[in-house]
Design a protein around this ligand. Structure first.
Ligand code: NAP
Ligand code: MG
Length: 493
């Protein structure tokens, strides 16, 4: 039985790609032997088959993770845990082109972006490696030294992690790094359409020094493998990134099983706001990057652009000119900015929204069509003449499609920005600091970017208000998701 296949990419990179489930530091077939196809979205062609995890495989992964948590991993010092993460980061750096090429072939994203994702994944591992030996409790005085009280920040145990397809390797790193540095073990499920980069990274785990069972990675469908994680009685925490719809299902499953702790990173419909006094060229550059980066398959995409009346016409013209300059196409071309959408299904979803926008009476300023006839490419698309109740203004499209509308003043744009069930991020472009900070503080969202967009960094907390999620990833904040406080009180009398 072969558990790997050779993949050769257009840039000459060749990899030995694992296709089994990664459990106990080994690639293994699934218990029932089921497999499914994995595609290259830029050609629409099959890349290979991988094993499909089902409930029994999740059980096996939990067995491995539980044994490691109570056994060998609990004997690692904090510094030793950090050393494993640092070694993994170094090994990933050596394999940067392999990981980036796999990501490009499997997700469709431009190779320049994929390299950036690998670099950010490495930075995330190094950042949390640094935290591993800086996690500690407090001493708390209560009653004239009659008792000695202290807290410990202890790991939770086996953590379940479910990730999406838009940043397959980066989401893997965002999830495992804070969990591992705090002493937990993990069972992570990749999205079923993009398992390859995380599997390839798993080939480096044993060499990095992680004992068997600490990091387990499987792929499978959400309804079976994902649901088995969310409702597992021996998983005590679940972290999910994906749609709000599935986020609700995860929370219900957690409540109905063992009340495992839940963190959710969900979608968004983030506003990107340009005031009359902004530097128009710079603002347009950020607005373009805000929506078209990663083909719009970004949870914090700036998909609702609001422009103050005085410069609206000027901005629409400049934005159109800028959008058509984005190089869309072959993701292995180093100059490509926007590659393929992740799948036929996602492509059809996006085109469905474009049709809905046209039908509702919105104007296509630019784009609106498929690019080419092979693979799943969509033109950067801007809709104007939109009203706040249109589907394209209200729902997350998760593609290279945005709306542009006018506003009068701060009160008007704050009301519009907050007129959403989401609250993940927002951008504001202005040369007036007072306006920038007033808007930043009044918008109900987790990240506010002033005169920039998508300014993500491993040290900065990221997460949603309202239906965009629960909890924060990245930064010191993420450590809370993976630790629990124990209070110890000693009678000194
Ligand atoms: P999704 O359904 O939310 O999938 C995200 C992850 O959850 C995948 O690993 C998925 O598995 C899994 N999953 C699905 N149903 C599950 C269940 N009942 N229990 C446990 N896990 C489950 O997202 P999608 O279908 O891939 O994309 C649909 C839309 O979600 C997009 O158009 C976009 O609006 C949004 N989305 C948001 C993000 C984000 O970063 N916030 C990322 C991706 C998508 P499988 O897919 O492998 O079956
Ligand atoms: Mg899916």
């Amino acid at each position: 039985m072969s558990l790997s296949e050779t993949l050769k990419f257009p840039n000459g990179i060749e990899v030995n790609q694992p296709t089994g489930l990664f459990i106990n530091n080994e690639f293994v077939p699934s218990k029932e032997g089921a497999k499914f196809d994995v595609f290259n979205p830029s050609t629409g062609k099959k890349l290979l088959e991988v094993y499909e995890a089902r409930e029994a495989d999740i059980d096996a992964a939990v067995d491995a993770a539980e044994a490691a948590f109570h056994g060998v991993w609990s004997k690692f010092s904090a510094g030793e845990r950090g050393a494993c993460l640092l070694k993994l980061a170094d090994l990933m750096e050596k394999n940067l082109m392999e990981l980036a090429s796999i990501e490009t072939a499997n997700n469709g994203k431009a190779i320049a972006l994929a390299k950036g994702d690998v670099a950010m994944s490495i930075q995330t591992l190094r950042y949390y490696a640094g935290w591993s030996d800086k996690i500690h409790g407090k001493v708390i005085e209560t009653d004239n030294n009659a008792t000695f009280n202290y807290t410990r920040q202890e790991p939770i145990g086996v953590c379940g992690q479910i990730i999406p397809w838009n940043f397959p390797l980066l989401m893997w790193a965002w999830k495992i790094a804070p969990a591992i540095c705090t002493g937990n073990t993990v069972v992570l499920k990749t999205a079923e359409n993009t398992p390859l980069s995380a599997y390839y990274a798993c080939t480096l785990i044993a060499e990095a020094g992680f004992p068997a069972g600490v990091i387990n990675v499987v792929t499978g469908y959400g309804k079976t493998a994902g649901a088995a994680i969310a409702s597992h009685m021996r998983i005590h925490k679940v972290a999910f990134t994906g749609s709000t719809l599935v986020g609700r299902a995860i929370m219900k499953a957690a409540a109905a099983s063992n009340l495992k702790k839940v963190t959710l990173e969900l979608g968004g419909k983030s506003p990107n706001i340009i005031f009359d006094d902004a530097d128009i060229d710079k603002a347009v550059e950020w607005v373009n990057f805000g929506i078209f980066f990663n083909g719009g398959e970004v949870c914090c995409a700036g998909s609702r652009v609001y422009v103050q009346e005085g410069i609206y016409d000027k901005v629409v013209e400049a934005f159109k000119k800028r959008a058509i300059m984005n190089k869309v196409g072959d993701p292995f071309d180093e100059n490509t900015f926007q590659g393929a959408q992740v799948s036929k299904q996602q492509f059809e979803r996006i085109m469905g929204y474009v049709e809905a926008g046209k039908k509702a009476g919105a104007t296509v300023e630019v784009g609106g069509n498929r690019v080419g006839t092979e693979g799943w490419f969509v033109e950067p698309t801007i809709f104007s003449n939109v009203s706040e109740d249109m589907q394209i203004v209200r729902e997350e499209i998760f593609g290279p499609v945005c709306t542009i509308a006018k506003f009068k003043d701060v009160d008007d744009v704050v009301a519009k920005a907050n007129n959403t069930s989401y609250g993940l991020a927002a951008g504001v472009h202005t040369s007036n600091l007072k306006t920038a900070l007033e808007v930043a503080h009044r918008i109900r969202a987790g990240s506010l970017w002033v005169n920039q967009y998508n300014a993500l960094n491993h040290a900065l907390p990221f997460g949603g208000y309202n239906e965009s999620g629960i909890g924060r990833e990245l930064g010191k904040e993420a450590l809370r998701n993976y630790t629990q406080i124990k209070t110890v009180s000693v009678n000194l009398q």
